[in-house]
Every structure is written in C-alpha cells, then in structure tokens.
Write a protein that binds this ligand. Structure first.
Ligand code: ZN
Length: 270
C-alpha cells in the first residue's frame, strides 16, 4: 500500500523527467517554429529599405534589390572598381590604379553608391539612428570582402573627430566594423586609429586639395602601436568617394608599421 502511494507520488516527477529528456527536445524546434511564426505575424519580415513585406528578414524586397548595382568580378584588383567588360584575365588593374596607385593594397565594396536603395540605406544608418541596419549591411560587407578578411588580423573603422562624434553620437563606420567582425570572426578595434584634425568638408575640393586637407588627420596613439605593428589591417568605412580619406588613414597605419592595409566599404562612388 505504502509502496503504491510512493509510486503514485513519484509518477508526476518521473513524467516530468521523461518530458524534459525525451519529449521536450523533440518539441522545442516545433515550439520555436511557432514562436517564429508568431513573431512574423506581429513583425512580418520587411524590406530594410522601403519596409515592404518580404519573405526573408534582414534583406531587400525584389524591387529594391533590382535597383542595387552589386559589384562582382571582373573588377580592378587594387581599387575594387568594376570593369565595363569582362577582359578575360585575372589580377587586372584599372588605368586609374596604375596612374594613381592607392596607399592601401586592395579595396572591396558591396555595391555602387548611387541614387536609390544604397544611398537611402546608408543615409538612414548615418543620420536617423537606424542602428539595426549595421548588422545586415555588415554581413554583406563580410561577404564582399571575404578575400581580405581570410588572413586579416584586425578591423579598424575610420574614426570621427571627437567633436564630430559628440555631435552625432554615432560613428557608422564603427557600427559596420563591429557587424563585419561578428560575421567574419576578425576582431575590430575603434581605438587603434584616432582623428586628430577636424577636417573640413571634402566636397568641391580637387584631388591634391583633398590630400592636403587630410594631411596629418589620422594618428595611431603611442599606446596602440603594438596593435598595429606587423598586423594585416582592414580599414572599414561606409562609402569611398575619391579614396583620399582611406588613403590618409592607411598611411597613418603603415607609418605605424602595419604589415598590410586593405579597405572594405559598403559602397563605392564610381
Ligand atoms: Zn524595398
């Protein structure tokens, strides 16, 4: 009698254990699936740019996707700029890269910077505090820059001048570098390079004027020298226009004895 009562008392406990060890692992994916369906009903996946409903979260709708000019091979191995025609040879350089070789070794970008979704996405990331955009944009950058990241030691975002950072409270280059880091496993450090000169707007300046404007703009602080010396570094920014800013930053890193400096941006002004 007593034994039977004990057995009964134990039964719910045993059932609970059986449920936890056997049924729960089987049920979890189903429950999680329900959770995802429920989340999709409340927050259906939307286009990152125009918020139209999409099939996949963290992506673009078909209409926005079609307007993005993704950069694919063939492109200039140094500048990352696409070639109009496939010339059928690997390792090709553009005439621009031969005439004005950049300070950095290689640049890669996801897409061309032009009116449409690319400009809108980067503008939203930069000015309207849509910081959640950094993660999907950074994942795209990690894919476009895979050959730079495979043997990179460190990601370094283009820094803002401290005064500008206080005004804006947010450095989109750092947000993108953190997202590229999460997607690639290469660590990112926003303190390796500092902007010591508050540079005026580059708009309307000629190439030599831009270079002069940026002279001495970046510096590796003495206490960070050990982070740079002998290391393969990938500089990260949202957009590359003439490359003057990225060249100036690369020069500061090379002066601090970086082994190699490459450049990874989301968009390239053709
Ligand atoms: Zn869209």
């Amino acid at each position: 009698m007593l034994r039977a009562q004990n057995a009964l008392r134990e039964l719910p406990g045993r059932l609970r254990v059986a449920f936890a060890t056997r049924a729960l692992p089987t049920l979890m994916p189903i429950l999680r699936g329900f959770g995802r369906v429920a989340a999709d009903l409340v927050f259906p996946p939307a286009c990152l740019n125009c918020r139209q409903a999409t099939d996949v979260a963290g992506s673009l709708c078909a209409a926005c996707w079609a307007k993005v000019r993704f950069i694919e091979r063939p492109f200039c191995e140094r500048l990352g700029t696409p070639f109009a025609a496939d010339l059928g040879a690997e390792g090709l350089l553009s005439p621009e890269a031969v005439a004005n070789p950049p300070v950095y070794a290689r640049a890669r970008a996801v897409a061309g910077f032009e009116d449409g979704p690319v400009r809108q996405l980067l503008h939203k990331l930069k000015y309207s505090d849509r910081m959640e955009l950094a993660k999907p944009l950074g994942a795209w950058m990690a894919r476009a820059g895979a050959e730079l990241l495979v043997d990179a030691d460190l990601l370094v975002p283009i820094p803002l001048h401290p005064r500008r950072l206080i005004e804006r409270r947010f450095n989109q280059a750092n947000a993108l570098a953190q997202a590229v880091s999460a997607a690639s496993g290469v660590s990112a450090d926003p303190f390796v390079l500092i902007r010591v000169k508050p540079t005026a707007s580059q708009v309307g300046l000629s190439r030599p004027q831009r270079a002069l404007n940026l002279q001495g703009a970046f510096r590796v602080p003495d206490e960070m020298a050990g982070q740079v010396e002998g290391r393969a570094i990938v500089l990260v920014d949202d957009v590359m226009t003439t490359g003057a800013t990225l060249n100036a930053a690369a020069r500061a890193l090379l002066r601090a004895k970086a082994k190699r400096v490459d450049v990874l941006v989301f968009a390239l002004v053709a």
